[in-house]
Design a protein around this ligand. Structure first.
Ligand code: ARG
Length: 485
């Protein structure tokens, strides 16, 4: 193992300190056990800073070369697992800097010129989160594509649409799935918005007030690709705000929490649909588990866990909001507490999006080239359920309106018809024409098409409606959009 300590000092600080930290305080204040995941961002930002120091003649080209070389060695050590992270050096930033100094001496000691850990950590977290947001947007595309694929196979499969969890009107199962695509589309848009505000450079703010060195902040921003659509450098414009702002982390968590809330709604439906009394769908065995006592069980653990993990992501959002509440300017150590909730939010959301894309759309089997393990749909069970709840009652009312009856009267007439059918335990479509005509003489033989599930579905042909033509149009729109992400 390579030892990684500032050789001459009892602490990472200065001669001002006469007592070493107690082990308990070290453990309490150290963050390296979790913030080491920022190491790539830290090295990248340090190299951009060093290159700028060199072009500004603040450090020599020889020093810059030594820093570059040292960082190359550190990268190799971390990648191969040989780097010794040391809690005495508190965080990822001090660990890397201390090792650099060990490797290249004075040049390493010059890296921190015109910089503070306050603007350094803010930069590292933004760089790291930007990369994660890009991955999350990709995963959101994957899940939307899986849902659109299943929707396309089920455009004409009829499900009882519910309001208040009571049978309302027949809807296309494809249409139902596309509702989730809309939610995830908005989630992806929100992520892109958050990315724009995250992609802004704090470096140059130094500890809180800026620096007396002639830094070229735009140079660093461009090197880190922190630029807007027109290629202009994005720089945090107030040094106090730059080091203490964690809005980007909070709004990312809000977007992530909302996305998880959407997934929790889908989870709840998947769980309901798999239960024996509905049996609308089956989840592939690889996403379910058995019971240790009841041999017949296949429990939908994955959607249940996603529903549960939504609570934890919402909790992280509350944690971050509360972390910032009442913090005075500028940087306070409270902000070190932003990392664990943020990291866990990213990990939970990414895993959930990945697993849902696979559970819904299946995974391509390399042997056959086909997708295995997606949802299995049972259209018979859905149609049977749709026939049980008078899902076409509105259609009968609309039919009477089209024959001249005012809507309120038609509503009342159909309520009588439903009551009579209920007493006979029959669907409206099962009542003989003569019996239906007792409720209104306007009812003719053409009513049976109107009372059928497919008739009801086809009738809702307004934009955004459930008619198969509309659903196909939406699928085409989504395909076009998803292809250009
Ligand atoms: N580990 C700290 C954090 O995560 C880095 C910044 C520390 N700055 C300081 N002045 N103590 O926020």
């Amino acid at each position: 193992m390579i030892s990684n300590q500032f050789d001459t000092k009892p602490t990472a600080w200065s001669a001002l300190f006469s007592e070493p930290m107690s082990d308990l305080v070290k453990r309490y204040t150290a963050s390296v056990s979790f913030d080491q995941r920022l190491w790539q961002a830290d090295i990248r930002a340090s190299l951009a800073h060093a290159a700028m120091l060199c072009t500004q003649n603040i450090i020599s080209p020889q020093d810059f070369e030594a820093i570059e070389r040292g960082m190359g060695l550190i990268r190799a050590e971390i990648e191969s697992g040989r780097f010794e992270w040391n809690a005495d050096l508190e965080d990822v930033h001090l660990n890397i800097e201390a090792r650099l100094i060990q490797l290249v001496g004075d040049a390493g000691k010059r890296l921190h010129t015109g910089r503070s850990r306050n603007d350094q950590v803010a930069t590292d977290v933004r760089l790291w989160l930007r990369g994660e947001i890009d991955q999350i947007i990709g995963l959101l595309t994957g899940l939307q594509t899986a849902l659109v694929d299943v929707a396309e196979q089920n455009v004409s499969v009829i499900l009882p649409g519910l309001t208040h969890l009571q049978v309302a009107q027949p809807v296309s199962f494809g249409h139902h799935l596309l509702a989730y695509v809309e939610m995830l589309y908005r989630d992806a848009e929100r992520m892109a918005e958050v990315r724009r505000r995250t992609n802004c450079l704090p470096l140059g703010a130094a500890a809180l007030a800026g620096t007396s060195f002639p830094l070229d902040r735009s140079h660093v921003a461009c090197a880190l690709d922190m630029v807007d659509d027109s290629g202009q450098a994005c720089l945090c414009q107030n040094s106090l705000d730059a080091v203490s702002d964690r809005d980007f982390a909070i709004e990312f968590s809000a977007a992530a929490a909302l996305c998880m809330v959407h997934i929790s709604r889908l989870s709840e439906e998947l769980i309901l649909w798999t239960c024996q009394s509905l049996g609308y769908i089956r989840l592939s065995d690889r996403f379910t588990t058995g019971s240790s006592i009841m041999p017949q069980k296949k429990n939908p653990d994955v959607p249940e866990l996603a529903r549960g993990k939504t609570g934890r992501v919402v909790g992280h959002l509350m944690g971050l909001l509360t972390l910032m509440k009442g913090q005075p300017l500028a940087y306070n150590k409270d902000n070190q507490e932003d990392k664990e909730p943020l990291f866990d939010t990213v990990d939970t959301l990414k895993d959930t999006l990945r697993i849902f894309a696979e559970m819904i759309g299946g995974q391509t089997n390399p042997a056959t080239g086909h997708k295995d393990g997606g949802l299995t749909v049972n259209p018979g069970a859905m149609a049977q359920a749709a026939r049980r709840g008078y899902a076409t009652a509105t259609d009968l009312a609309d039919y009477l309106v089209k024959k001249g009856l005012p809507f309120r009267d038609a509503h009342e007439t159909v309520a009588h018809a439903v009551k009579a059918a209920q007493a006979l335990q029959l669907d409206l479509a099962d009542l003989p024409l003569a019996r239906l005509q007792e409720f209104s003489p306007l009812i003719q033989g053409d009513v049976f098409e109107v009372l059928s599930l497919s008739g009801a579905l086809n009738a809702r042909n307004t934009l955004g409606g459930t008619a198969p033509d509309q659903v196909r149009a939406q699928i085409a729109r989504h395909r076009l959009r998803l292809a250009s992400v």
